[in-house]
Ligand binder design. Structure first.
Ligand code: NDP
Length: 340
């Protein structure tokens, strides 16, 4: 769905959520899961996380139509230890599986101080911050990682092994919204790579390699048998390796390099795994965690970092909540057509 076009409609979040729910239901998603996926997508659009807002709807629909994902899957959950939940999403989307396990997660964290949730056989096609914000809103620290489709080469490697493997971290902050960062561990996102290729723009030279393994700033060369690189050289590559180990190895999901949807033309979402770790900071040592984080963040701002992760999102959210979510006429019409 094009993100171009003039902005001339402002939809309340609830209206956009209802419209997206209709699209999911029309494409074979159960009512409960449709509501969860629609809210997730609408929140991304509301907060200006546009790479995972309505832009993704054609991909969701194509993936559902291809039969690669089960929109009616009902996740199964096993208690694998006092603080360990094992979730099989049964080839459904990760978010409904995560939502189902939330009551158990809160119970585990209150009893044990920590919960590790290992979700496998799941499709994640969105940003990670919506998964974590409800935990941080309740005073918990949270960390999540997801594997994807192999398009990132390991350090010094010549072919893709890793997904863009995002990692997100959320912490409560005294008298403020939680601070959440959430980004891919690749040099740039796959979506940005494709946009650059389409528009004929070069990307920074350390971002990828061509089919011969040479550094390349040409997105088309990277897409034709080359690979993206992890951010931050060998350090980012090690973090991406860790994401594979925790989000796929630990959970029992497929590694990014094992995903094969070639028999489902139109499929776009990876069927891999997701790990989420929730920690009660009150179990830590200083008894004043949220105030200490606030103090640290204030020190960081004082030192000159004017924008911290999630600042922009909360500002965008505030505007959307008072004015509505800005959409072009073209985007709105495309959504209405998808909803039938
Ligand atoms: P970005 O490089 O845009 O970085 C996003 C994060 O960094 C946000 O927390 C953002 O805060 C913060 N940030 C950005 N710029 C600044 C700045 N100048 N100063 C301080 N903080 C800053 O993200 P990516 O393109 O790597 O990833 C975008 C999204 O894609 C993520 O939500 C990720 O989860 C998702 N993704 C999902 C995948 C999947 O398989 N499901 C695969 C890969 C990515 P803010 O939000 O406030 O701008």
């Amino acid at each position: 769905m094009s993100t171009n076009g003039s902005t001339n409609i402002f939809l309340p979040v609830s209206d956009l959520t209802d419209l997206l729910t209709r699209i999911f239901i029309r494409n074979g998603v159960s009512r409960d899961s449709a509501g969860i996926l629609a809210a997730n997508c609408a929140w991304c659009e509301r907060d200006g996380s546009l790479s995972h807002g309505i832009f993704r709807m054609p991909g969701y629909v194509a993936t559902l139509k291809s039969g690669w994902v089960d929109g009616c899957a009902k996740a199964t959950t096993e208690i694998a230890g006092a603080a360990f939940l094992r979730v099989d999403a049964q080839n459904g989307f990760a978010q409904p599986a995560w939502q189902d396990s939330l009551p158990q997660v809160f119970k585990m964290v209150s009893e044990q101080g920590v919960a590790v949730v290992a979700i496998r056989n799941s499709h994640h096609f969105s940003a990670l911050w919506p998964d974590l914000e409800p935990l941080a809103d309740k005073g918990l620290i949270a960390l999540s990682m997801v594997t994807g489709l192999a398009c990132v080469a390991p350090y010094g490697g010549r072919r893709p092994v890793f997904g863009t493997n995002p990692i997100a971290f959320a912490t409560p902050v005294a008298d403020a919204h939680p601070m959440i960062f959430d980004f891919a561990t690749s040099s740039i996102s796959n979506g940005d790579l494709r946009i650059a290729a389409k528009s004929g723009h070069q990307i920074p030279p350390e971002s990828g390699i061509d089919a011969s393994g040479n550094l390349s700033a040409d997105p088309s060369a990277i897409l034709s048998g080359g690979a993206l690189l992890p951010f931050g050289g060998h350090k980012g590559a090690a973090i991406s390796l860790m994401v594979e180990i925790l989000a796929s190895g630990l959970t029992g999901g497929l590694f990014s390099s094992e995903v094969d949807f070639s028999s489902h033309p139109g499929a776009e979402s990876p069927r891999t795994g997701q790990v989420i770790i929730a920690i009660d900071p009150q179990r830590g040592g200083n008894g004043a965690f949220e105030r200490r984080v606030r103090q640290l963040i204030d020190t960081v701002r004082d030192a000159g970092q004017t924008r911290l992760p999630s600042d922009r999102r909360y500002r965008t959210r505030e505007l959307a909540l008072s004015n509505g979510i800005p959409l072009s006429q073209e985007q709105h019409e495309a959504l209405l057509a998808m909803a039938g």
